[in-house]
Design a protein around this ligand. Structure first.
Ligand SMILES: [Zn+2]
Length: 106
């Protein structure tokens, strides 16, 4: 089970693209439309709508990992980037996204 981020969450995808450009992350911004979401976070926190765009690692992301914290109008958006590829999108305190995500990925 996976889905295209920009197809299921077009508003979030354009928001991410815009915020990345504003942060000077133009190369990452170009990749947003092609992102496939393969899993969601299973932490169970009711404010968490974190999505994985590669299979979740067993432990830490390891070397080559960095976080890109964006500055959205609402909630928190933090990207996990591994070797300059977006591997996870931490989406926090965005109820509308979480609701849809839970129906897409059980
Ligand atoms: Zn979580």
């Amino acid at each position: 089970m996976s889905f295209n981020l920009s197809k299921e969450f077009p508003l979030l995808a354009s928001e991410l693209g815009e915020l990345l450009q504003r942060s000077g992350e133009n190369e990452l911004a170009k990749t947003v439309d092609g992102l496939m979401v393969v899993d969601r976070c299973r932490c169970g926190d009711d404010f968490c709508a974190t999505m994985y765009t590669v299979p979740r690692p067993k432990g830490a992301w390891g070397e080559g990992h960095r976080n890109v914290a964006l500055d959205p109008q609402r909630g928190f958006l933090i990207l996990d980037v591994l070797n300059e590829r977006i591997v996870a999108i931490e989406v926090l305190y965005r109820d509308e996204i979480r609701e849809s995500l839970l129906t897409l990925l059980l």
